[in-house]
Design a protein around this ligand. Structure first.
Ligand SMILES: [Fe+2]
Ligand SMILES: [Fe+2]
Length: 416
């Protein structure tokens, strides 16, 4: 992760801490000395300002604190959100809060394999399970893991956005039978707030993606940047990040942002003249120099969007910026525009560049046939140690089965 992101996180964490401290101490205890009264006044005049820079997971933690302390629902020990991918019918873990180690990080499952969840999604109704032990006779992987970690009761709420399934919100407790009617009643307004901020966060990302799509359509971005390419390279990026998650400590939230932002890597190409972008033959040196400007143009677009759409409240916007800015950097320093080396290149950019090239190699283009994944890996390994991060190549190669699924599911159609 880039250092800037790290600093942002630290800042957000400090703001969150201040928010929680303010709440726990009560206003009387926030003294008048040393400008703390100013901070208090500022907070009172704009209590939501402090939350602006929080990531979804930090917001969830803040709301969880609120539920436990202000509502006195101490025994709500875990809150989590899983997102639904309508294209693959799969659920994936996204954000969670709770002191205990999470039993379900980096977990995905087909909704078809969890009929009880599919049913409450269809009915648009919450479900209370008084004791997860009841699943012991027919355990699914996720219920087994929850039980093993001491969770006993659960309240599950399907989240819909404009009628379409968005995901699920889970509350868990270690106490069997905890989610009584009264407790559920108390939790519901909070559940709505949590669902709304999750939808809002993803909505902001969708606005960015839609803006990009429109810009692409208006400027007739060249044919090889098809929807299929973007779908596949985003999924390869996600697969790599998942396989590297444990070693690097990636959260599900970070992985989701890499996945969402990977397709925007070439956003700057909308600013490249058609004569160069659509030129069928080889580019001259001068033309290639213009082509390379798509990176700086991309950064300018992101920064303009950030400012004009007020997207600084979209957490992890820095992940997007890093992907756009550094996806043509190479480990050996031979990339552009900065010639950065090795680990100085943010990991999200190293991941996306391997995914992008792997998909370009394995796709048919007017001037070449599609390579097999094996041939593509032989090529990447050949360039290993000089251009691409060997760890990223390894992370992709270890997911061969998933690669084949992605290739089959997102095969190029004539419609793109
Ligand atoms: Fe590019
Ligand atoms: Fe690409």
């Amino acid at each position: 992760m880039g250092t800037f992101l790290y600093r942002n996180d630290r800042l957000a964490a400090r703001k969150l801490l201040a928010l929680i401290l303010f709440q726990q101490m009560g206003w009387e205890m926030v003294g008048n000395k040393d400008g703390s009264a100013d901070a208090r006044a500022r907070f009172l005049s704009d209590p939501f300002e402090l939350e602006d820079a929080l990531s979804p997971v930090q917001r969830l933690i803040a709301l969880h604190e609120e539920i436990r302390h202000s509502l006195n629902l101490e025994d709500v020990t875990r809150i989590a959100i899983a997102l639904y991918d309508s294209k693959t019918h799969r659920l994936k873990t996204f954000i969670r809060s709770g002191a205990k180690e999470s039993p379900l990080d980096h977990y995905t499952a087909s909704l078809d394999d969890i009929p009880s969840l599919a049913e409450i999604a269809r009915l648009k109704r919450p479900r209370v399970v008084d004791d997860l032990d009841m699943f012991k006779s027919s355990p699914s992987l996720h219920s087994t893991r929850l039980i093993k970690n001491g969770f006993r009761a659960s309240l599950t709420i399907p989240i819909h956005d404009h009628g379409a399934l968005f995901g699920f919100l889970f509350f868990n407790s270690d106490r069997p039978g905890y989610f009584s009617e009264v407790v559920v009643h108390q939790l519901m307004p909070y559940a709505k707030v949590i669902a709304l901020f999750a939808i809002n966060e993803m909505q902001s990302i969708r606005v960015l993606q839609a803006a990009m799509k429109t810009a692409r359509e208006i400027t007739h971005l060249r044919d090889d940047e098809t929807g299929g390419h973007l779908d596949r390279m985003a999924r390869y990026s996600r697969l790599m990040a998942l396989n590297m998650a444990e070693k690097h400590g990636f959260s599900d939230e970070f992985i989701e942002f890499i996945y969402q932002f990977a397709p925007l890597h070439d956003i700057g190409k909308v600013g490249i003249p058609d004569a160069i972008l659509l030129k069928p033959g080889r580019l001259t040196e001068d033309e290639f120099a213009v082509m390379r400007e798509h990176v700086d143009k991309g950064i300018a677009i992101i920064d303009a969007m950030r400012r004009d759409f007020n997207l600084d409240s979209v957490s992890y916007i820095q992940v997007l910026r890093n992907i756009v800015a550094f996806h043509h950097e190479a480990i050996d320093g031979s990339g552009y525009p900065k010639g950065m080396k090795g680990n100085d290149i943010p990991i999200e950019a190293r991941i996306v560049s391997v995914a992008d090239v792997f998909d370009a190699l394995t796709s048919a283009r007017p001037y070449k046939k599609a390579w097999s994944p094996e041939d593509a890996f032989t090529f990447l390994h050949g360039a290993k140690g000089n251009r691409f991060d060997p760890e990223c190549i390894q992370a992709l190669e270890s997911g061969m089965e998933e690669i084949r699924t992605i290739l089959a599911q997102f095969a190029e159609s004539p419609l793109g």
